[in-house]
Design a binder for this molecule. Structure first.
Ligand code: SF4
Length: 352
């Protein structure tokens, strides 16, 4: 596919219905909070706002993006809603849509969200000038499921240390899958899958479970390794969580299927089960135990209210289970991660 034929559509959240964007004829492009754009978001957003959102806006203000035709924002938190407002000012030539995202995954929320997806598909069809039907959406869901499964298998190899390049390369593949055309991604992931596996090596770091929001810089994973930490499994918005397969096969109900699949993704702190508000803590514990972690690292972005409100419950559950927790707060830069190097090393030492 030549660059000229690609029609980019931006997004910034792992709950975005990529299959709808793809079915409409666009290539979804996740605006990751990476790069060297100067810090200018403060001209439009308050200083004490999520650095994830601000770094994304810095990229928009610096034109450090491909030629996007527009942005699809998910109304996942107040900071993201503010970003959608600021984007209209920073990039007035872009089309912008804000999609409401329920906080729960119960049936009424699923049908509300399916309605939002139907509304979004009408908007995307208007923007692209291409009408598409449920069968097209179903075919796009299958494509993204293929990517999800390929990444899941490659991720397993990274954890077993049989993938050349390990965790940093895996993160590079996640970033590529979030920003490159779908067919190119499938080809690349198939060629990685076909590489001979490295002989399995004993982990040279202490096994730790990692969870949190956005950690897209491959160097962060190299840093963990250099500090003596082996990430035995993880759940972050810029990793496998952004590529969870959408289950079900009923193409007549594809919007419901997509809505349910997205809301039932492994959860970010902004989504919860009202009948079991502490479920995220139970999930963190269950996943840490499943990968035989000796400790847990939480990586959260400063000023992220959803994570700040869930962390006390997670801390309590892990303390009762005897699993140490290290909380790293960052601003999406390696500078902020590098400052925590000594703490990560001390944590790994304590767990040995
Ligand atoms: S990191 Fe937290 S505050 Fe920022 S966009 Fe994600 S959920 Fe919202």
């Amino acid at each position: 596919m030549s660059q000229e034929t690609i029609r980019w559509m931006g997004h910034a959240c792992s709950y975005t219905p990529l299959a709808l964007i793809h079915a409409a004829g666009f290539t979804p492009y996740r605006v990751l909070p990476i790069g060297d754009s100067p810090d200018r978001a403060g001209q439009l957003l308050h200083d004490n706002l999520c650095p994830h959102v601000k770094r994304i806006l810095d990229r928009a203000m610096d034109s450090d993006l491909p030629a996007l035709e527009g942005m699809v924002f998910m109304n996942c938190c107040d900071a993201m809603r503010r970003l959608s407002d600021a984007w209209r000012v920073a990039r007035p030539e872009h089309r912008v849509e804000l999609v409401d995202l329920p906080v729960a995954a119960e049936e009424s929320a699923v049908s509300f969200f399916a309605g939002e997806l139907i509304r979004l598909s009408g908007t995307l069809a208007e923007w692209s000038g291409k009408s598409f039907n449920q069968t097209d959406v179903s075919a796009s869901v299958d494509k993204f499921n293929e990517i999800a499964i390929l990444l899941e298998n490659i991720g397993k190899r990274a954890r077993e240390r049989t993938l050349d390049g390990g965790g940093p390369r895996l993160q590079d593949l996640f970033n590529g899958a979030a920003t490159e055309p779908v067919d190119r991604t499938v080809d690349l992931l198939n060629s990685v899958t076909a590489e001979p596996e490295l002989p399995g090596a004993e982990p040279d770091g202490v096994p730790v479970y990692l969870f949190g929001n956005v950690l897209p810089d491959p160097e962060a994973f190299a840093l963990f390794r250099s500090c003596g930490v082996h990430i035995a499994d993880d759940s972050v918005c810029t990793g496998q969580r952004a590529f969870s397969p959408i289950h079900g096969a009923d193409s007549d109900q594809v919007f419901l299927r997509l809505a349910r699949g997205l809301l039932e993704h492994p959860r970010c702190a902004r989504t919860f089960d009202p009948s079991r508000p502490g479920k995220i803590a139970e999930d963190v514990l269950a996943e840490a135990r499943a990968c035989h972690a000796k400790g847990v690292i939480a990586y959260t972005i400063k000023f992220c209210d959803p994570y700040m409100s869930r962390l006390p419950a997670i801390r309590n559950v892990l303390r009762e289970a005897g699993l140490p927790l290290l909380l790293l707060e960052g601003d999406c830069t390696m500078r902020s991660m590098g400052q925590q190097k000594t703490r990560i090393e001390a944590f790994a030492e304590m767990l040995r």
